[in-house]
Design a binder for this molecule. Structure first.
Ligand code: AMP
Ligand code: MG
Length: 421
């Protein structure tokens, strides 16, 4: 089945119109990023979601001793005949945290619980369900495989094993893993400080009425949410009006305190020149036109030691551009690597309109159909000002630049939202 329909002519090729492809833009951007300096040591719980700034090797074996995987009876495998029928004398019990102190001899067994130390002399555990027991002895009624239901010392982790590498973002499993080897503190990168503001005379913060021609500032909320999810430190600088002095001052102030300045709005072609002027006065900034929809304009640069990212103002464009470019760049700044995007080949249940020329991130709903197969459908109207399309979606449907539309039943590439949306 054809993936997407391609037009015969290539008159919409992105190079012809001076646009960067998404891949080119991403490569250039990520190639220019390096990790921030600054490491701090902290208790492992506090380090959840932080980026590890050291390699971690284990100083101990896990489990630290051979133990039982079941509630049952510890015995010597060699004592049990092939038939599995045998009576053994019970000489004691081994509980988790309270080992059996003695030595197990021929035709003897010890009551044992999950996680309890294997008594000296035993090598096998028979499940309690396969035994008829009284206070003195047990009768085994089924085949026993020597060595079964025993967990050996170090079968998960051996001394010197590398547990975690530098740059790993610590997950709940990771902090549990650290705890299991007795590590209570760890070195992580300090948090990335991100100052962000919206630009536009039409924007009002929520909480007050709107005058004619005004809209509520939503980008500072979507961006705040995505930044919070990434675990960066957020410095919200509010709405900055479309005035040279105000923008200049905000950028300067942000560059004094933050590692990253993130703005939305004011980077489109035909925007008031003050944004460009202020940026050029304060640092080095390039305006990129990327062949993607939504979100063509993107500004990147530096102001002093701070990195600058200027997102387009349209709410969906700002989110899509953040997700595809800024988020991976932030991972490098934070001392990690961008997570490999999960890209799936999925049946499209919708007909999708598209003109050749720009790569599109349409908003989709990935779900199972009645046959139990995954399919994706578009979230309806795809205007770049329509935040409902992002709110309803759980994935992007990625349509390559040359694609000229998709028929229902074609397969498309889908990128499930993860982490920041
Ligand atoms: P701009 O990129 O400044 O030309 O803005 C493009 C469109 O996005 C315009 O319709 C703006 O009103 C809208 N817009 C810009 N910033 C925001 C914002 N922070 N929240 C909601 N809409 C915005
Ligand atoms: Mg504007």
């Amino acid at each position: 089945m054809s993936q997407t329909r391609t037009p015969a002519s290539h008159d919409c090729d992105s190079h012809a119109s001076g646009l960067l492809t998404v891949d080119e833009a991403r490569q250039q951007l990520l190639g220019a990023m390096t990790a921030i300096q600054g490491i701090e040591r902290m208790p492992i719980r506090q380090a959840l979601n932080r980026i590890l700034a050291q390699e971690v090797k284990s100083g101990m074996e896990v489990p630290p001793f051979a133990n039982s995987a079941m509630d049952g009876y510890a015995l010597r495998g060699e004592d049990i005949p092939e038939t599995g029928e045998k009576i053994l004398r019970m000489i004691g019990a081994s509980f988790a945290g309270k080992p059996f102190a003695g030595q197990l001899g021929e035709n003897e067994c010890v009551r044992i619980m999950t996680g309890a130390v294997m008594p000296d002399g035993s090598d096998t555990v028979v499940m309690q369900e396969n035994v008829v027991a009284n206070d003195q002895d047990i009768e085994i009624t089924c085949h026993v495989r020597p060595g079964e239901n025993r967990r050996d010392a170090g079968d998960d982790i051996r001394i010197g094993d590398t547990l975690l590498n530098t740059g790993k973002q610590l997950t709940p499993a990771d902090i549990g893993l650290l705890a299991s080897t007795g590590i209570s503190e760890i070195s992580v990168y300090r948090r990335l400080r991100v100052a962000f503001f919206s630009t536009g005379d039409e924007l009002k913060p929520v909480g007050g009425p709107l005058a004619p021609g005004e809209i509520y500032d939503s980008n500072r909320y979507t961006l705040f949410g995505m930044l919070q999810r990434m675990g960066v430190e957020c410095l919200d600088m509010g709405v900055i009006p479309d005035q040279y002095d105000a923008v200049y001052q905000a950028l300067q102030q942000a560059s004094d305190v933050a590692d990253v300045i993130l703005t939305s709005g004011g980077v489109s072609v035909g925007e008031a020149d003050f944004v460009t002027e202020a940026l050029e006065q304060l640092g080095k900034v390039q305006f990129w036109r990327v062949a993607m929809k939504p979100g063509k304009p993107l500004a990147v640069g530096t102001i002093g030691t701070a990195r600058f990212f200027g997102l387009p103002g349209n709410p969906v464009s700002a989110m899509a551009t953040f997700y595809q470019f800024v988020q991976p760049a932030f991972y490098i700044l934070m001392g990690s690597l961008p997570p490999e995007p999960l890209l799936l080949d999925i049946l499209s249940a919708s007909k999708l309109k598209k003109s050749p020329g720009r790569l599109e991130y349409q908003r989709g709903i990935l779900e199972r159909n009645n046959d139990g197969e995954y399919q994706v459908r578009a979230t309806g109207n795809q205007g770049s000002h329509m935040l409902t399309s992002m709110s309803q979606a759980n994935c992007f449907i990625i349509l390559p630049a040359e694609c000229a539309g998709v028929e229902a039943g074609d397969r498309v590439q889908v990128q499930p939202f993860a982490g920041v949306t």
